[in-house]
Design a protein around this ligand. Sequence first.
Ligand code: ISL
Length: 560
Amino acid sequence: MSSNVQKTWWKEAIVYQIYPRSFMDSDGDGIGDLKGIISKLDYIEKLGIDVVWLNPIYKSPNDDNGYDISDYREILDEFGNMSDFEELLKGLHDLGIKLIMDLVVNHTSDEHFWFQESRKSRDNPYRDYYHWVPAENGKPNKRWSFFDKDGDAWKFDEATNSYYLHYFSEKQPDLKWENPKVRQEVYDLMHYWFKKGIDGFRMDVITFISKDIAYPPIPEKFNGKSWDKFYGAGPKLHDYIKEMNREVLSKYDILTVGEGIGTTTENVLYLVGEDRNELQMSYHFEHPALGLGDRKLIIGNDYKNLVEFKKIQTKWDEALKGKGWGAIYLGNHDQPRMVSRWANDSPEYRPYAAKMLNTWLLTMRGTPFCYMGDEIGMANIKFDNIEDYRDIETINWYHLTEREGGDLDHFMESHKISARDNGRTPIQWEPSVNGGFTTGTPWIKVNPNYTSVNVEVQESDPKSVLHHYRKLIELRKKNDILVYGDYQLLEPNHKELYLYQRSWEGQDVCIALNFSTQKIPFDFKTRNMDVLINNYDSLSISESKIELEAFQAVVLKIGT
Ligand code: ISL
């Protein structure tokens, strides 16, 4: 049955995400840039990855680190220029690596020409590129904004006595996809980048593009924490994505992945179902949200609840099985460092824990999206002072909490675990000043653990997280079963172990991961097996049991 799965390059690909601002600075201004990435092409090649996903590099006033675009066809000055981009693209292609870009088209910057025009007058030709409501009609129904100072997505604009909609900051007005001209503009800019030779798009908050332009009240069931589900279920979402597929995506051999914010296992197949002609993959937010409340505050002790984590992963695998394809991830530029969020970042356990989580990422069904720095097990920086944060999200929530007289200590402690800036500190290349990232002052602090956690030290240690990561990539590449094999969860209620089996063409592989600091035994009766990879030097097997050390991770090929 499973042999019927359609094989494609993007299912077999391993994606490596680069957040350019924090990868490598070539000119000493403290900000990573394209030439910096070019200088590290040999490092990227040696990882063995197939695709690089680059976060936005377009012109932007940087209210939200490039997710507020003022020109889709120009490169941000701080990052370089178009010939640097072309050199990077060619450099990657020469190495057989593909490049996907970030497509941010739910909103633009308020400094984009379209918005500058749109706000001038009610009859401007660009007026209908954005969501405007005349103030004389009264304030429209409440919409929640992720990044607004007051959490309000409607901003009053004096020039035309109207409100405009911004789901993110007030400098990120939402485009009005209901206007066919807007959709055509988007398709044109997509063609522009495909003609340059890029290999696909990661689509930012793509599920939010369709809105009911009567702006009715939010139905009760979506209030509070589920507003992303409301935003993610606009009436014409699938019409627009189908149209985009017809007009653009279907014309190229590319990779598409949607930021599926608000998607559920009940509706995800409308977006990525193989028969739908929409997107190939999308990623969901169920595990990142685990144990976090409003404003990413920690509630109780559930944020590392392994039973829940396994349940979520298994539910999503089941939903997509045979009908779609998943995107597997633990970290990205919006998430804390995986080793701090899901395992343990104390010096004693961090290397084992990072190898264990990388084992999970690279042995699940679905395309792995690996975030830069996780290949060396980078950890959360855990800022003590709000002044150290750079992220609009954390800063706004802090001030909102302060104004409301909320618990700022709890806020700061929670954000040591959950804040996005934890994942945005610069890559630690060497044990020298600023981890070798810049000769200037870095735009955000470098994690002081760079003296021990860095690429140079790990290159010379064959047992390092980095070497293990490369071996895991090789393992996935050599074993189709790890890409296409069926997934079955074993011991669903075990609180410390994540055990699962992959099966393909009569073969079975068992993956055993210990998510705890304790030694954990489990029953394993099959003696006829090969250890394909192990993050310890040995594996304790006695009678019919295996005992895993703290954060031990093994992949076992079961004999027939
Ligand atoms: O992390 C989040 C939810 O867990 C949100 O902070 C995030 O804003 C949301 O996932 C949407 O993310 C994308 O769009 C934002 C941008 O700030 C993020 O970096 C981007 O990935 C607005 O463009």
